[in-house]
Design a protein around this ligand. Structure first.
Ligand SMILES: Cc1cc2nc3c(=O)[nH]c(=O)nc-3n(C[C@H](O)[C@H](O)[C@H](O)COP(=O)(O)OP(=O)(O)OC[C@H]3O[C@@H](n4cnc5c(N)ncnc54)[C@H](O)[C@@H]3O)c2cc1C
Length: 444
């Protein structure tokens, strides 16, 4: 019987294992050094904030794995010999594979800051990081966070929930400026500024961490020369693929493990999925690295099909993502680049009182809808995916937005205003859907 070995028990590796089991009788082993059982990395923050226990973020009962004949090994893979198809582990005897799936995830970036290894300085990625953060923040009053992205916002929310004052150093002039257009970024900034205890410091960079006599952080210095007292420094300057242990092997790497569209690597019978995979050729307008939860799951499903004899390519469709900035919900469908492309027009509508912003992108010439960012309003994924597939116009999208809305009442009250704002800005004459509906009735 073929032996399928998976390194990594995150969403990508575990999805691959589950789907291989559904379709075959192959022997399956998952190896991870982080934890024996799979847990939801995206929910780590809720454990710290006391909303859930760690057991609650493990989606499967412990007996699930044995029942499904998926062997679990809690150990670290030191290296892979692709010739002999053997893995060398830190504590367990070597393991032979017939097919290998690398699902090794990411690690937090550290940019060689002076003092980055002192006590009280850490990133947030793993279960170990969560435990460390629990220890590092016990009884403290002040923290500094470095890097203005999604994990930074989560860390800020976690720290504020314990009454710890947070100074958030953001290198750019706007919040999450490499991903969000400036209007959206300002909107998020306004929302974050409402949170007592959180100070956003734009265009500030960490220079060095200053220790006390026990080598614990007691302050940081910024590149502009400010000294900020703190007992905790959260490093949230992005993540990169966790591939260091593969660097001396014959596996072809760039930032991540280079894969074809079917997720195969340059080594026979070896695949890479999830955060650690880097596509040689990007798919549509997606990036070469996809470091989000649902793409890990999709890659896991895809590779399972191939391993079970139904060769498949990874076809993720249109880009989408969602996140939360404290209680402000964010969704994106299609592509909304931080800086508009030459052929794009943009239409932004916001209501500060209700904390809602919609940012539409469409083609200047053809009016074809390209993407939307929404804040404070949840829209239906399947409809946006359909409209993007059907290459619908911006006018069509605005007229039918009500059907994509989870809160039709909100949209009923603002539809007229949104459509009128669009007509005024683009000298257009689209009508609100309710009017169209009324006319249809009259004409019947
Ligand atoms: C705090 C936080 C919040 C997030 N929130 C969101 C969110 O809201 N939405 C979203 O879409 N995404 C979110 N993400 C990103 C998302 O969690 C990741 O994209 C996803 O978990 C990656 O899954 P993966 O299976 O590729 O890798 P991972 O989950 O990283 O799993 C890889 C595993 O492999 C193990 N491993 C690596 N190398 C070895 C080795 N040599 N030997 C043994 N074991 C090894 C690692 O220890 C790890 O356990 C968040 C990430 C973090 C850190």
């Amino acid at each position: 019987m073929q032996h399928i070995v998976i390194i990594g028990n995150g969403i990508a590796g575990v999805t691959a294992a589950r789907h291989i089991r559904k379709k075959s009788d192959k022997n399956i082993t998952i190896i991870s050094s982080e934890s024996k059982y799979f847990f939801s990395r995206t929910a780590l923050m809720y454990v710290y904030m006391g909303h859930m226990r760690f057991e609650d973020i493990q989606p499967y009962e412990n007996h699930f794995w044995q029942k499904n004949r998926i062997d679990l090994i809690e150990d670290y893979v030191e290296n892979v010999d692709f010739e002999s198809k053997t893995l060398k582990l830190a504590q367990t005897p070597p393991i032979h594979y017939d097919k290998l799936i690398l699902a090794t995830g990411s690690k937090p970036n550290k940019f060689g800051w002076k003092g980055q290894d002192y006590h009280g300085v850490q990133g947030l990625y793993s279960k170990k990081d969560l435990d460390l953060m629990e220890m590092n923040t016990r009884g403290i009053k002040e923290a500094v966070l470095v890097g203005g992205g999604l994990i930074g916002v989560e860390m800020a929310e976690m720290l504020l929930s314990r009454g710890i004052d947070v100074k958030f150093l953001i290198r750019e002039a706007t919040f999450w400026g490499n991903a969000l257009p400036k209007e959206d970024s300002h909107f998020v900034t306004q929302h974050l500024r409402k949170h007592h205890g959180l100070t956003l410091m734009f265009e500030e960079e960490l220079d060095e961490i200053i220790p006390d006599e026990s080598k614990r952080a007691k302050a940081i210095k910024t590149k502009s020369g400010k000294t900020i007292p703190c007992q905790f420094v959260g490093l949230a300057a992005g993540v990169s693929p966790n591939v260091d242990f593969l660097k001396k092997s014959a596996l072809e790497l760039d930032r991540g493990i280079l894969v074809e569209q079917d997720l195969s690597t340059n080594q026979k019978d070896v695949y890479a999925i999830g955060d650690c995979a880097q596509f040689r050729k990007t798919i549509n307008d997606r990036g070469p690295l996809e470091q989000v939860w649902y793409t890990g799951r999709m890659m896991g499903e895809t590779v399972a099909q191939t391993i079970c004899g139904n060769h498949l390519e990874y076809k993720p469709g249109h880009w989408f993502n969602s996140a939360k900035f404290f209680d402000l919900e964010y969704q994106t469908y299609g592509r909304v680049w931080a800086k508009p492309k030459e052929h794009e027009s943009r239409f932004v509508w916001k209501n500060d009182e209700k904390e809602v912003l919609l940012h539409f992108v469409f083609d200047k010439e053809t009016n074809v809808f390209i993407g939307v960012n929404t804040f404070g309003l949840r829209l239906r994924h399947e409809l946006f995916d359909q409209w993007l597939n059907e290459k619908r116009s911006i006018q069509y999208v605005l007229q039918n937005l009500k059907s994509a809305n989870f809160d039709p009442e909100f949209y009923t009250s603002f539809e007229k205003e949104i459509v009128e704002a669009f007509n005024q800005e683009f000298d257009d004459s689209i009508e609100v859907s309710s009017k169209k509906w009324w006319r249809k009735l009259l004409n019947q």
